[in-house]
Design a protein around this ligand. Structure first.
Ligand SMILES: Nc1nc2c(c(=O)[nH]1)N[C@H]1C(S)=C(S)[C@@H](COP(=O)(O)O)O[C@H]1N2
Ligand SMILES: [Mo]
Length: 367
């Protein structure tokens, strides 16, 4: 009989020149990205927001749903949806990005969900601050982390599991962390975590646990698969590595002109082309965006929308380019208030996480 290890072996790196497999295609078809032209919207229309679902979308009927707070709480709680919705709510505009965004561009390519750069989207999430529930359940002083459990179940690299992730208590207590039941003003759709998900503004997607059914306060840092095995920055699977946490700065271009169907090469006409895009960072805020129209040889600052009320959302930028006939490589990169700048070349790690190399867009300018 096949064992669970047998159907779901260890993580692998692609051999030199090895193409995207049918298994990677199956993942990519389930977990679609955001078409980059959707960078034009402040708020991503729900159906265009990227998706990442490790296992299956679980079946949850709203009347049956319960959220259980257990472990090191002084007053363990169980709530239904009506009870959650009766609590004071907040709405926050949040840019979410998968930690594996950019993975397919790495060499060698870690075999997993093969994102190019489109694993991003911005939504307005409405829900109850997590802090409100932690305070009413009362936290035991021995607790160091909260473990969040999703209703989805699967097997990954031989380990059968519920999808689970933890947050340190100080992060979980942040005013901005939400138990969200609405996305862009409507109940969450099944694929985005119906009926309730965690939203941790500024953190990569894996922290925003969907189909949330449990919150457990624990005395030791959580060592579950998605915390201690997956989502670590390391060169080799043997190293413990560093945990993946907050979103590294990134700028992306709305693809200019029009595309070639197969190659996706962009075609523009000579003359003034207004380049536009978005930039974001879950660490310190973006201070500027620089654009290169000559494949990174020279850079010039773009006009960047000033920071507004939406600290955790992407900001628009624009740049005037005088296009001349021929082939061009456009690039954009974000620089934070503390001087963190996107690298021009990929910085490799074994899982292909948090790699925020500056985007390159090939453009053909024809009369
Ligand atoms: N329960 C559960 N939560 C989950 C996941 C999952 O597979 N199961 N995927 C995570 C990952 S890796 C990402 S990037 C985000 C994606 O959120 P979205 O599909 O709403 O864009 O959800 C996170 N939350
Ligand atoms: Mo992700």
């Amino acid at each position: 009989m096949t064992t669970l290890e047998g159907i779901s072996g260890p993580g692998r790196l692609a051999e030199p020149g090895e193409g995207i497999s049918a298994q990677e295609l199956a993942l990519a078809a389930r977990n679609h990205g955001m078409p980059l032209e959707a960078l034009r919207y402040d708020l991503t229309p729900v159906g265009l927001h990227y998706l990442l679902i490790h296992y299956d979308i679980p079946e949850i009927a709203a009347p049956d749903w319960r959220l259980r707070l257990d472990g090191l709480f002084t007053q363990p709680l169980e709530l239904d949806l009506a009870a959650l919705r009766a609590l004071p709510a907040r709405t926050a505009r949040v840019t979410m990005e998968c930690a594996g965004n950019g993975r397919a561009g790495l060499d060698p390519r870690p075999i997993s969900q093969p994102w190019l750069v489109e694993a991003v989207g911005t939504a307005e999430w409405t829900g109850v601050p997590l802090k409100t529930l932690i305070e009413s359940a009362g936290i035991d002083p021995a607790a160091v982390e909260l473990v969040f459990t999703g209703a989805d179940h699967g097997v990954e690299r031989g380990v059968e599991q519920d999808y689970q992730r933890s947050l340190p208590l100080d992060v979980a207590m942040g005013e901005e962390v939400l138990l969200a039941y609405a996305m862009n003003g409507r109940p969450l759709p099944p694929q985005h975590g119906f009926p309730v998900r965690l939203v941790v503004p500024g953190w990569y997607g894996m922290a925003h646990v969907k189909w949330l059914v449990g919150i457990t306060a624990v005395a030791e840092p959580f060592a579950g698969f998605q915390q201690a095995v997956a989502y670590r920055l390391r060169q080799d699977t043997q190293e413990p590595g560093e945990p993946v946490t907050r979103i590294a700065p990134r700028a992306l271009l709305i693809p200019p002109g029009f595309p070639d169907f197969m190659s996706r090469t962009r075609v523009v006409r000579p003359g003034t082309v207004r380049l536009r895009g978005r930039a974001w960072s879950g660490r310190e805020p973006v201070a500027s965006v620089h654009v290169s129209v000559d494949n990174g040889h020279t850079w010039a600052p773009a006009d960047l929308e000033p920071p507004g009320e939406h600290r955790w959302a992407w900001r628009a930028w624009a740049f005037r380019w005088e296009a001349t006939p021929g082939e061009h490589v456009l690039m954009a990169r974000a620089i934070t208030t503390g001087g963190q700048m996107q690298p021009e070349r990929q910085i490799w790690n074994r899982g292909g996480f948090a790699n925020n190399a500056a985007q390159r867009v090939e453009v053909l300018c024809t009369p």
